[in-house]
Design a protein around this ligand. Structure first.
Ligand code: ADP
Length: 414
């Protein structure tokens, strides 16, 4: 087969490529060189293989490729006549770091590893050539990496902008729907209330029970739409704050009253500690009520019957927020897995385990649309405060409990 190959004057071919080599060294390399021919697509050497030779392209073109995890190949660069490859793995005494394939009919000179190393050992000139070649390659790889990184960044930025646009469209749709649906639900609630007070219904206990059911359900629907609207405002950054001096003791008394029936039915204790000693907080009473109501509601939902919810208030002075009130809502519930501690504040996020559980907003593991914490966070942030969750972990058997900490600045900025 070698007879079919075109004759190559190896020494004269190598001379300008490895310029500066002594005649004797050139002779040695030329003697060791074998001309090899490759058809398009054929591999000249493969990534991972031991490095047995050094190659110089005589004619044609090769592609230097990197194997990716998904078994595809990524093009690093091309090499043509007079360019060499394969020296890196020999110098490093490692396996091939890339696969090289012919992209068109290609002739290469193959010089065995031992002969190459022997000349390299004797010739500072060849060492310098190799070094220059390696540095050039590193520099162009660097350049290529920067260009690709820039492109990837740009693609990511565009994808992000697109997602943001889609998210806004979705939020707008949800907001409009919630708004449209809330109106007939409010009317339904009014009619049901009128039915409840109607003499015929009042006289018939079974009818009364039915109407009571309609009222409870419409109440719940109404609250869901309210939450969705609150959330839409949080997402759009349109939470309007109307500050006035707020007593957190009064806020939590109101919340306790609202949940009193559920607390009693489920034998849960809600203890309020240190709230009455707190200064008034310059806050929006409505929003703050909603935020803490969601926290207490969650504590109820994720604590088994007979458990304890403790709300503790204290005044703290923080380096960044200054004087603050700090409220901790702690429960003896199922707890939260460490990987969920941040995610639960995302809108519509619910931990996998509870998603399938019972309905009812105050029952143990009662379902919810995953809005409460996103609203609470939005409200706290709008006040210039912060909120986070702590828990030793999620375990329904041992119930390690969760703590939600809210810090609200007393300065009234934000
Ligand atoms: P949801 O409507 O599902 O209650 P939230 O935004 O209020 O939505 O809460 C998000 C998720 O955070 C809940 O589905 C639950 O998994 C978890 N979570 C919130 N509060 C608690 C808590 N006190 N104990 C355990 N898990 C909680």
């Amino acid at each position: 087969m070698a007879d079919d190959l075109p004759q190559v004057d190896t020494k004269e071919f190598l001379r300008p490529i490895l310029f500066g080599l002594a005649e004797e060294e050139l002779d040695d390399l030329a003697r060791a060189a074998v001309v090899r021919s490759f058809s398009p697509g054929a591999a000249i050497c493969r990534e991972g293989e031991p490095a047995g030779a050094f190659f110089v392209v005589v004619s044609g073109r090769v592609a230097i490729l990197k194997q990716l995890d998904d078994q595809t190949e990524r093009l690093l660069h091309h090499a043509g006549p007079g360019e060499f490859f394969g020296e890196m793995a020999i110098v490093q005494e490692s396996g091939r770091t890339a696969t090289v394939r012919a992209v068109e009919p290609t002739l290469v000179l193959e010089i065995g590893r031992e002969e190459f190393l022997s000349v390299l050992g004797r010739s500072p000139s060849l060492a310098v050539r190799i070094l220059v070649h390696l540095t050039d390659r590193l520099r162009s790889a660097d350049q290529q990496a920067i260009v690709e990184l820039r492109q990837a960044n740009e693609e990511l930025r565009r994808a992000f902008a697109r997602l943001e646009r889609l998210d806004r469209t979705k939020s707008d749709f949800i907001q409009v729907s919630a708004h449209e649906l809330r109106t007939p639900v409010a009317a339904l609630k009014g009619y049901a209330q009128m039915m409840k007070d109607h003499p015929v219904v009042k006289k018939d206990p079974s009818l009364s029970a039915l109407v009571e059911g309609v009222i409870t359900s419409t109440d719940r629907l109404h609250r869901i739409f309210d939450n969705i609207l609150d959330l839409s405002r949080v997402v759009a950054g349109g939470l309007e704050i109307h500050r006035s001096p707020v007593s957190l003791a009064i806020i939590f008394q109101g919340i306790r009253l609202e949940f009193s029936e559920a607390l009693e039915r489920r034998n849960l204790t809600l203890e309020l500690v240190g709230l009455s000693g707190l200064p008034f907080c310059p806050a929006d009473p409505d929003l703050i009520y909603k935020a803490f109501r969601h926290l207490v509601n969650n504590a109820l939902k994720y604590t088994p019957d007979g458990g304890r919810i403790t709300v503790t208030g204290q005044q703290v002075s923080l380096p960044d927020l200054g004087d603050c009130v700090e409220v901790v809502v702690a429960d003896t519930g199922i707890g939260i897995a460490p990987e969920d501690l941040d995610l639960i504040f995302e809108k519509f996020y619910r931990t996998g385990e509870v998603a399938l559980h019972s309905s009812g907003t105050v029952n143990f593991k009662g379902g919810g649309p995953g809005l409460g914490l996103a609203i609470a966070q939005g409200a706290v942030l709008a006040h210039g405060g912060r909120i986070w969750a702590e828990s030793p972990g999620y375990d329904e058997q041992t119930c390690p409990g969760s703590r939600f900490i809210v810090q609200l600045p007393l300065g009234g900025t934000g």
